[in-house]
Design a protein around this ligand. Sequence first.
Ligand code: HEC
Ligand code: HEC
Length: 213
Amino acid sequence: MRLFRSLFLLAFVALTACTNVEQSKDVYKSDATGKELALQVCSACHGKTGQAVSPQFPKLAGQHQEYLLIQLGEFKEHRRSTPNAVAFMWSFNQLTPEQMKELAQYYSGQAPMIGEPTKSPLLARGKSIYEQGIPGSNVTACSSCHGSNGIGGKEIPRLAGQHANYIAEQIHLFKSSTKRPNGVAMMALTHSMSEEDIQAVSIYLSSLQVGLQ
Ligand code: HEC
Ligand code: HEC
């Protein structure tokens, strides 16, 4: 499954992003602004306004500026070493501090990501984990940091409306790796989550339709 997904991603990039990667070299040379980079380079995967359509790529629209800037730094310094970060984000290590700041401003200023309602039978369990954690375990309520409606704040990411697939993948990585070293807070509390817990909370968050607050 993982291999299949990697092949899919490679094929996707080969088909849609090659010309953009070529362009990106010129763009770097020409002192592009963050907005120009977003529209000409990052849009190939994250969409023009950060509303990534493919569930393989995280939505960035309405994500917090502080969080985005931290993550761009983590990619640039090759600290966030998840397989997809290595494959897709590590090459952007020539971004200047100014470009990174402008990119973070650009995405945080877009209309926020909006989820899609679902009738999944796991929804109620996901909501309960999100709001109350799992009693008797070290899974604390996600809402205590990510906010009662999943909008996060500053260095805590917005989760409401993000792709379920991406959320679940990141929880797996926090749970069983140190490939996101800035996410220490997430590691211990995801440790005892079962596969069903992870799917449930991911589906719940991806179904939220919360605008700007
Ligand atoms: C070829 C596809 C591709 C391109 C082009 C691309 N990204 Fe990404 N990006 C990804 C993938 C895949 C991830 C998820 C990485 C992971 O799983 O750790 C990601 C993750 C991110 C994240 C972290 C999101 C989060 O919620 O933690 C940010 C921020 C980001 N990208 C910004 C950018 C910016 C800015 C550009 C342009 C300079 C860009 N990306 C270009 C594929 C791409
Ligand atoms: C103690 C505070 C805290 C709690 C409680 C918490 N988180 Fe987090 N979470 C964070 C921080 C901080 C980050 C950013 C980590 C980083 O910078 O890599 C994060 C990141 C994430 C991400 C990655 C988002 C992205 O865009 O890549 C997901 C998914 C996530 N948390 C889900 C959850 C879930 C589900 C729960 C409840 C089971 C939860 N979190 C509980 C602090 C918390």
